[in-house]
Design a binder for this molecule. Structure first.
Ligand SMILES: *[C@@H]1O[C@H](CO)[C@@H](O)[C@H](O)[C@H]1NC(C)=O
Ligand SMILES: *[C@@H]1O[C@H](CO)[C@@H](O)[C@H](O)[C@H]1NC(C)=O
Ligand SMILES: *[C@@H]1O[C@H](CO)[C@@H](O)[C@H](O)[C@H]1NC(C)=O
Ligand SMILES: *[C@@H]1O[C@H](CO)[C@@H](O)[C@H](O)[C@H]1NC(C)=O
Ligand SMILES: *[C@@H]1O[C@H](CO)[C@@H](O)[C@H](O)[C@H]1NC(C)=O
Ligand SMILES: *[C@@H]1O[C@H](CO)[C@@H](O)[C@H](O)[C@H]1NC(C)=O
Ligand SMILES: *[C@@H]1O[C@H](CO)[C@@H](O)[C@H](O)[C@H]1NC(C)=O
Length: 661
């Protein structure tokens, strides 16, 4: 078995050497594709689809078989060393219909420059809504072109049905790295002679681990497939969630995998909720229930959150008990909402209470299912909501879809604490699952707006503190697994302080850089030093001064051309670069007195991008010890599922949930 695997890996390596920037299909180095691919793992009883494809490249370097895909391919599955069985027979299903299509792809940048895509004809079948209940290894074999084989070894993980935690609160600091946490601590907490007098709530967590964020087919991930890995235990491809990406055109027919929320509802029948400072259709909240290879299908993803899968028979998560965040774009009836429908009304029809501002959110009772949509697009960040409040008036983001500004906005802490109250009440003995996302750590790091990103990180820390206090008050802290992690990072760090006054007054680029104080010239954090006449009323654990003369000197490995003066962007979130023709250049109105930094990215990128780094996992509560060490992002799913005891040894009676009020 081991020997066989090694040979398979070697073949894969040779075959895929020519496709790196672009791939014919991720997870499919040969002309036969099995999705879920080799190395896939499953929770016992987790629902999934299988898609197999046979490719016949018409032209390009792989051209073969006269461009005619083998339609007589065979699929078998074998458990351990048992004899292989026909796949449909083994699952007791009717053999699926043959599907055929074609697609094109560029083999590399030369082919793209020459506008010569390679054309591939495909024959395929999809086997839907399957589950494996017995732990162990399985070998799925696709045989095609008389004798060629693609083999996938699947592992069904151990069966853990013992419930150790009743509730789970999973915080995701989108894009949050250890370096950012360190910088946020420097801004929000005072140190004397190198010793912090107060610390972050995160710093009190007993267990810290490290997770690797790589995608199925690329080592840099985006937020869709990394969220999907955290929620499903399956790796996927950039822009995909809850599915493996196939080569067909439809973004809705790709082979699905069941998510933690769907399994939790199916097995435990508890309550679930999502809170985010992003649009609720954005990748991190949407991936809890979304099954699409295209994260930009915003309207459909909101429909999937409320109504589940409508194209295929699938398990039902019955809609969220709590759904709080931004993204009125998909709720107001318009071209961005699913089929132009009014999703405030669709939720109301299902008996949700609807709030659209902080006042009505805080006034909510704890009995009803609750939808809270507070603005269009992503929510304005903590710094604009709490320090530079006048900026809110410039947003055209009212939750009713008009160009008026949304001024009565809750923060992550308000939304998360309210969500916990409702979920604890609605989940009762069955428990609850809550995901709460600090989305703009990522969004503001993308635009190099360090202050806004770190403000939102401090708000996340505040939300964690308030949530653990609330769980304690409700008497359920010890039954609740609380996790804080990220989906990926950015190459951000701080290397000193910058004398912003000296910097802005020097005349040339090189002279300005003398303002950056490194090593002993970095000095102490000036963000925690009180200044006469400056008081934002934002309380402990936040900077007392956002405009110190000596600011942090920070930046990125991945960035567009931009100008740097290290000052807080008081009047609006930052735009570091803007497009002239088809390329990005330093934005002429940004940091005008700063020095020019030339970018490290393609000139088509106007923002920073995600980076390779592992990210931290903080854990507290039942099963906390299982989160120490270094592991893959998919392991978070298995650790949570095992702590909740979500594995199943058989289909049991009736796998779908009754509707709930
Ligand atoms: C690809 O498939 C479409 C529809 O199935 C067909 O109309 C088209 O001619 C095909 N393209 C090529 C280049 O074979
Ligand atoms: C392959 O064939 C298609 C359809 O005829 C064509 O558009 C494309 O340029 C061809 N690509 C190559 C690499 O020859
Ligand atoms: C599948 O479902 C999505 C929404 O979830 C919808 O937009 C799409 O049109 C459906 N596709 C088919 C082929 O029914
Ligand atoms: C909404 O609530 C009413 C009154 O309790 C109930 O009759 C109805 O079935 C509920 N509708 C849904 C979709 O849950
Ligand atoms: C908040 O929402 C409630 C109910 O939707 C509405 O009556 C009230 O006017 C709103 N308040 C503000 C300040 O917009
Ligand atoms: C949206 O709300 C604003 C502020 O309350 C109000 O002025 C406007 O008339 C409303 N627009 C719509 C379309 O309801
Ligand atoms: C550096 O950035 C500036 C401003 O965006 C741009 O005009 C210039 O071409 C860049 N230089 C190089 C070498 O890329």
């Amino acid at each position: 078995m081991v020997k066989f695997n090694n040979i398979a890996a070697l073949t894969a390596l040779v075959a895929s050497a020519s496709a790196q920037t672009y791939q014919r299909l991720g997870g499919c180095p040969k002309l036969g594709c099995v999705l879920p691919p080799d190395q896939s793992e499953f929770l016992p009883g987790q629902l999934f689809d299988l898609r197999v494809e046979v490719h016949a490249p018409v032209n390009g370097s792989e051209a073969a078989h006269d461009g005619k895909p083998d339609e007589q391919f065979k699929v078998t599955i074998a458990k351990g060393s048992d004899a292989p069985r026909d796949f449909s027979t083994a699952f007791g299903i009717k053999d699926p219909e043959l599907e055929k299509w074609n697609f094109t792809w560029y083999e590399d940048l030369y082919a793209e420059d020459a506008k010569k895509p390679s054309l591939v004809n495909v024959a395929s079948k999809a086997y839907r809504k399957l589950a494996l209940y017995e732990p162990g290894t399985y070998t799925v074999t696709l045989e095609y072109y008389s004798g060629e084989k693609t083999t996938a070894t699947w592992t069904v993980r151990e069966l853990v049905q013992d419930k150790k935690a009743k509730n789970v609160v999973l915080f995701i600091g989108d894009g949050m790295t250890t370096n950012m946490i360190t910088a946020a601590r420097l801004l929000g907490h005072q140190a004397i002679n190198g010793k912090y007098q107060t610390k972050l709530k995160l710093d009190e967590f007993p267990i810290i681990g490290h997770q690797m964020t790589h995608s199925l087919d690329s080592y840099i991930t985006d937020s869709a497939n990394s969220a999907s890995a955290l929620y499903t235990g399956h790796k996927s491809t950039v822009n995909a969630m809850g599915v493996y990406v196939d080569s067909s055109k439809s973004p809705f027919d790709d082979p699905k995998v069941e998510t933690i929320v769907e399994i939790f509802r199916r097995v435990r029948r508890g309550a679930w909720g999502a809170v985010s400072t992003a649009m609720m259709s954005d990748a991190t909240p949407a991936a809890l229930t979304g099954h699409s290879r295209d994260r930009y299908q915003y309207g459909a993803l909101i429909d999937q959150a409320l109504n589940g899968m409508t194209n295929y028979s699938w398990t039902s998560q019955n809609g969220p008990d709590v759904f709080f965040g931004g993204g009125a774009d998909q709720f107001v009836p318009n071209s961005a909402s699913y089929q132009g429908k009014d999703y405030y009304a669709e939720f109301a029809k299902k008996n949700y209470s609807i709030s659209t501002n902080k006042t009505s959110l805080l006034a909510l009772g704890n009995k009803e299912k609750a939808l809270g949509i507070f603005c269009q697009s992503h929510m304005p960040v903590w710094l604009d909501r709490n320090v530079y409040k006048d900026n809110l008036k410039a947003f055209k983001n009212h939750p009713n879809g008009s160009k008026d500004p949304a001024l009565d906005l809750p923060g992550l802490t308000d939304m998360t604490v309210k969500a916990v109250e409702i979920l604890a009440n609605r989940g009762g003995d069955k428990g609850f699952f809550l995901m709460s996302e600090a989305a703009s750590i990522d969004k503001q790091m993308h635009t190099l707006d360090y202050d806004r990103a770190l403000g939102d990180l401090l708000e996340l820390d505040q939300a964690v503190r308030a949530t653990t206090d609330k769980l304690k008050e409700l008497g359920i802290l010890e039954d609740t697994l609380v996790l804080i992690t990220a989906d990926h990072g950015h190459g951000f760090d701080v290397w000193g302080s910058a004398d912003t006054k000296y910097l802005s007054e020097q005349q040339d680029n090189r002279g300005k850089r003398r303002a950056v104080g490194v090593y002993h010239e970095s000095g102490q954090s000036q963000y925690t030093k009180p200044v006469d006449g400056v008081n934002y009323g934002t309380g402990a654990s936040f900077p007392v001064n956002w405009e110190p003369r000596y600011a942090i000197a920070a930046g990125f490995g991945a960035m567009p051309d931009h100008r740097e003066d290290y000052k807080v962007h008081k009047s609006a979130p930052r735009t570091p670069a803007s497009k002239i023709g088809s390329e990005y250049y330093a934005e002429s109105k940004d940091s005008v007195n700063g020095f020019l930094v030339n970018g490290t990215l393609p000139t088509s990128e106007g923002q920073g991008v995600h980076s390779l780094t592992d990210v931290a996992v903080y854990a507290r509560g039942p099963c906390q010890d299982t989160f120490s060490g270094t592991y893959n992002n998919i392991d978070i799913f298995y650790k949570i599922a095992n702590c909740l005891g979500l594995g199943k040894s058989d289909a049991g009676n009736g796998e779908d949930c009754p509707a709930k009020n």
